[in-house]
Design a protein around this ligand. Sequence first.
Ligand code: HAM
Length: 425
Amino acid sequence: MEKSIQGIRGFNDILPEASPAWRFVETTLREILESYGYEEIRLPAVEKTALFARTIGEVTDIVEKEMYTFADRNGENVALRPEGTAGCVRACIQHGLLHKRQPRVWYGGAMFRYERPQKGRYRQFHQIGAEAFGTPGPDIDAEMILMTGRMLRSLGLDDLKLQINSLGTPASRPAYRERLINYFRHHYELLDEDARRRLATNPLRILDSKNPSMQPLIAEAPSILEHLDEASRAHIEQIGAILTTAGVTYILNPCLVRGLDYYTRTVFEWTSDRLGAQGTVCAGGRYDGLVEQIGGPPTTPAIGFAAGIERLVALIAESGHVPPIPAPHAYLVVVGEEAVVPAYRLAETLRDRLPRLRLQVNSGGGSFKNQFKRADRSGARYALILAAEEVTAARVSVKDLRRDAAQGSLSEAELTALLTSCIAG
Ligand code: HAM
């Protein structure tokens, strides 16, 4: 026999047993996004490679080494999207959404990064994200952070940490960048290989190093918060005031820099201690220059976030906060060949009458005893039994599988009434 073909490393199957948790996360997030006025936008999984290089940044890990890029059959350089913001901005510009109003959109789907797979880090993973365009003030930043906090609490996750920071503006950042480079140059012998490489390309990312031996050096580094322009300082202070008044605690972390280059001013992350190294479940920030940078209307401010669904699912699976898979209301036991055709007529009639009915029809035959066992294992409330006798009498035998009650023989009208009250709970 041929060896069976396996899935690709870092690309996961989401099995039926995990689906309730996925659905719970996706539905909860979607409902909250829509309640805050975000509309769904569906975006392609493949874009021109140049879009990501220009937005995320040429010298980020994502663009340098994590993108799935290829030349399509026509020789065009394309990439599987590593994140959703770039494509979302591209689509909003292309379809003129930014000229008309202040769109708020959300999206979901698979993203792809060629990272080393480990718990909570995959090569195909899923995000739900949102972007709000056209509002420059700290009010929308604070509201987005409050909204993400509400999402996490609604999932039963109330032990997550919120960190925020301001990266200032492109005008104020070079002076800070210079100071940081000088500081790290001064301590060059203490830098690890990665930091030495970043010193020339992306020095702010050194602050995000997870290397324990670098931490004392990073702790003493000049703080970006002390190099903010006046407007950026007021902006982050106002966010802090709104969060505090709304009862959301946060850590102002000057070392929070994020792995994408498009951010200006506000950045934020929600993290958990329960996921090991991959603890960030939801993250985002403001990107006021990006729309213009890829050809959109100048000075279109924007802010967004994305949540990692695998990480949220892992957290709620661990906390046992997952709603169970709903069991069928009824399982139809079909006894004998002559009952098969009438069984499907009965099942389809019941489904027509009761669109919310969860009915499982026994397929593939089997002894009465075996079918009854399957009915019980399905978790159904009722077993409906259809044999030649019932077909002739135009009745259905019904057994309550969860309560000790006598078996009854019902007409279709009586059965419909019984199932109606079962659906109503
Ligand atoms: P990001 O921080 O790169 O931001 O990703 C957001 C979230 O996606 C992370 O916090 C994490 O939960 C999840 N994630 C990222 N990489 C992986 C992976 N390899 N495996 C599993 N989960 C992962 C963005 O993508 C930005 N587009 C967010 C944003 C929207 N900023 C503004 N608007």
